[in-house]
Design a binder for this molecule. Structure first.
Ligand SMILES: *[C@@H]1O[C@H](CO)[C@@H](O)[C@H](O)[C@H]1NC(C)=O
Ligand SMILES: *[C@@H]1O[C@H](CO)[C@@H](O)[C@H](O)[C@H]1NC(C)=O
Ligand SMILES: *[C@@H]1O[C@H](CO)[C@@H](O)[C@H](O)[C@H]1NC(C)=O
Ligand SMILES: *[C@@H]1O[C@H](CO)[C@@H](O)[C@H](O)[C@H]1NC(C)=O
Ligand SMILES: *[C@@H]1O[C@H](CO)[C@@H](O)[C@H](O)[C@H]1NC(C)=O
Length: 633
């Protein structure tokens, strides 16, 4: 079904690649107009083998320059696309200035926090940033990374809304279509948009399994099923990295090792109350299946999660601090020799939305910052995320607690990535090409088609859908939809269910708000999967008045037997526009989604599940794989 669009997109991608990338090694490129140029340094020579360039550069580096590589922090675009002088207005977190991080701390890895609302201007900012890096003593270029930005979800510290990028359903919606080719097409398009603005590392895919339905981070995983996740993320990694890792690649960070799904009581380990991970079903290995597939597929980087495992035999510290998890399991036993990047902020206490945001040093809370760094380095990690504290690592080397050889082992991998990505040879972007590529109408067309297909039809009483008759002039009561969009289809929007022939409700999934806490400000949706009594009563009054089509956004499983019973038809969706909804309701597009997880019947059923075991909810409302088709022609 995607063959048509896939062929189109492949040729489009080839055209774009020809017009936007130029990888011929060229000795007179502007990169050489730097101070370093004057020393005619060997590592700058694009004709040398990469490993030789790495060794040449490494032996020229000071301890400070090496330590700087091992930290990756958040970076923002400054006002009017300048280099940021700290926290730009409107940012909820305290940031150090770009100058202090690049100039003083020798850092060259950052994740971009800012929205991408103008691709050409972002590319211009990127060129400024890259020029600043090239003006340092050795001219080591910047590597920029990003959380997912192709989906609706906007959760501080975990995902950003698309801005001018093409907008797709969440990964769960791609998984609902069970189509690795489509996943690869998505990843190739996302890669083109990333490359156009200089994002060279993706802080995803998130391959955790949705075995604990209450977890707030399910919206950006793929499935409850390990095999399905493994199959799809191999296509994803291939799409982002390409067949061969090189100057057209985006380096993927597969997370969160060894699987972040089994969080105790469904809480999240960003927060003090969610620090534990637990395996009551002895099902630890199941969560490794997607990681094994990712390693096999050539995943470049892996990120351990914040959680600490309880009762597994592993040390009860956050996974990034754990030698048993990183060195013994990931590196020695699973054979991963790529970059291990910790999750953000394991060392430093910060402030977020004006509230204290303590370091996620679970199991290491009473240790000093130096002790935490030492533990992370001894565990085998190569880079500390969400931190700009190279001075701590430098102290450890000066005290003889960490050897410079140990730094070299990590820095070698980090530099090699930059050489392979072509950052030394082609550090600058073409802002005009960025404008052309990003948000390209053909990309959005395929994304729109995918949004529609990912609709998952849970119930359709008496085949009420699609609505084909009596549209023109019929009265509809709406929630979660734009009146103009609905009236453009010939409906008349009315103010109450009583006046209506139809009701269309696009509902957010239920969750618990913890007022005034970071989880609220960050947008984490956790706790109960049921609608509260008052909301149920409110909805029931609509359902009993008028035939109602419900679309519920499944950013987690939901427990809604009463909605299924009373509404005329119910969709589960994963991030789709109002127009997509109307197209599917009116039969202009077909819903093809299949649930990527079980839907439990109640909170009680969810609580009774073992955190680490898939498909163990008693008497599910709907099973994994459920999804009706329209049977009207
Ligand atoms: C290279 O060295 C020359 C002579 O010392 C100097 O004039 C020039 O500015 C230097 N170029 C760069 C880019 O630093
Ligand atoms: C940003 O640019 C606008 C328009 O050129 C200008 O009015 C404004 O003063 C600039 N802001 C800063 C902080 O430079
Ligand atoms: C900024 O850098 C200083 C010096 O390394 C450090 O102490 C401080 O924690 C940093 N602040 C932030 C917000 O990263
Ligand atoms: C985590 O597990 C430990 C050890 O079983 C327990 O003492 C603690 O209460 C649990 N929960 C949290 C939030 O630490
Ligand atoms: C509804 O859509 C119209 C047309 O696209 C737009 O102008 C308007 O701002 C939207 N209204 C809301 C409340 O989003």
């Amino acid at each position: 079904m995607f063959q048509h669009s896939t062929t189109l997109v492949v040729s489009l991608l080839a055209q774009l690649a020809a017009s936007t990338h130029n990888h011929e090694p060229s000795l007179d490129h502007s990169v050489f107009a730097t101070r370093a140029d004057n020393e005619s340094l060997g590592y700058r020579n694009p004709l040398w083998p990469v490993n030789d360039r790495v060794e040449d550069l490494l032996q020229r580096m000071t301890l400070e320059e090496k330590a700087g590589q091992m930290f990756q922090d958040q970076i923002a675009i400054g006002t009017n696309y300048t280099l940021s002088e700290g926290t730009p207005p409107g940012y909820p977190i305290d940031l150090n200035s770009t100058e202090s991080m690049v100039g003083d701390k020798h850092m060259t890895h950052f994740n971009l926090l800012s929205p991408i609302d103008n691709a050409g201007k972002v590319a211009g900012w990127y060129n400024l940033l890259q020029q600043r890096a090239l003006d340092t003593r050795l001219g080591i270029p910047i590597s920029l990374s990003s959380d997912p930005r192709h989906h609706e979800a906007d959760t501080f510290g975990a995902s950003l809304s698309p801005g001018v990028f093409s907008q797709w359903p969440e990964s769960l919606g791609l998984a609902a279509l069970r189509d690795p080719k489509l996943v690869q097409t998505f990843a190739e398009i996302a890669r083109e948009e990333y490359l156009a603005v200089g994002l060279r590392s993706s802080l995803h895919p998130q391959v955790d399994l949705a075995t604990e339905p209450r977890w707030a981070r399910i919206y950006s995983v793929w499935s409850e099923d390990a095999e399905l996740t493994a199959e799809l993320i191999v296509a994803y990694i291939k799409g982002f990295q390409g067949d061969e890792f090189g100057p057209n690649s985006v380096s993927t960070v597969t997370k969160h090792f060894p699987g972040g799904g089994p969080v105790e009581n469904g809480e999240d380990s960003h927060f003090v109350y969610g620090k534990n991970q637990t395996y009551p079903g002895n099902n630890f290995d199941y969560h490794l299946i997607p990681f094994k597939a990712a390693i096999q597929a050539g995943a470049r980087q892996i990120m351990p999660y914040y959680s600490r495992p309880i009762g597994t035999g592993y040390e009860e510290v956050g996974f990034g601090f754990s030698q048993g998890i990183v060195r013994d399991l990931l590196q020695n036993s699973l054979g991963f020799d790529g970059i291990v990047l910790t999750d953000w902020t394991l060392l430093s206490d910060r402030t977020l939305f004006g509230l204290p945001f303590p370091a996620r040093a679970w199991g290491m809370e009473d240790k000093t910052e130096h002790e935490r760094v030492l533990k992370i380095i001894e565990a085998g990690c190569d880079q500390l995320g969400g931190e700009n504290r190279p001075e701590l690592l430098i102290d450890l080397v000066n005290q003889g607690l960490v050897s410079e050889d140990r730094l070299d082992r990590s820095v070698r991998k980090l530099l090699k990535e930059k050489f392979l990505l072509g950052l030394f040879d082609n550090p600058f972007l073409d802002p005009k090409a960025a404008d052309r590529v990003v948000g390209n109408p053909e990309f959005q067309r395929i994304a729109d088609e995918t949004q529609r297909q990912s609709f998952t039809l849970l119930s359709n009483t008496n085949n009420i859908l699609p609505i084909r008759e009596r549209v023109s002039g019929s009265a509809v009561y709406i929630e979660g939809l734009n009146q103009t969009t609905v009236e453009a289809r010939g409906f008349k929007v009315v103010a109450t269910p009583e006046e209506a022939d139809w009701a269309f409700l696009r509902l957010a999934a239920p969750f618990e708000v913890r007022d005034g806490t970071l989880s609220e400000y960050m947008g984490f949706q956790q706790g109960s999967l049921e609608f509260k009594a008052a909301e149920r009563t409110r909805q029931s009054a609509i359902y009993s008045t008028v035939p109602t089509i419900v679309d519920i956004k499944l950013d987690r499983p939901v427990a809604i037997p009463e909605v299924i019973e009373q509404a005329a038809a119910v969709f589960g969706t994963f991030g789709a526009s109002g127009d997509a909804f109307l197209d599917v309701v009116l039969g202009e597009a077909k819903p093809l989604g299949k649930l990527p997880f079980d839907l439990p019947r109640s909170d009680k059923a969810a609580e009774a599940q073992k955190e680490d075991v898939p498909f163990d909810t008693v008497d599910p409302l709907f099973k994994f794989g459920h999804g009706l088709q329209y049977n009207k022609a």
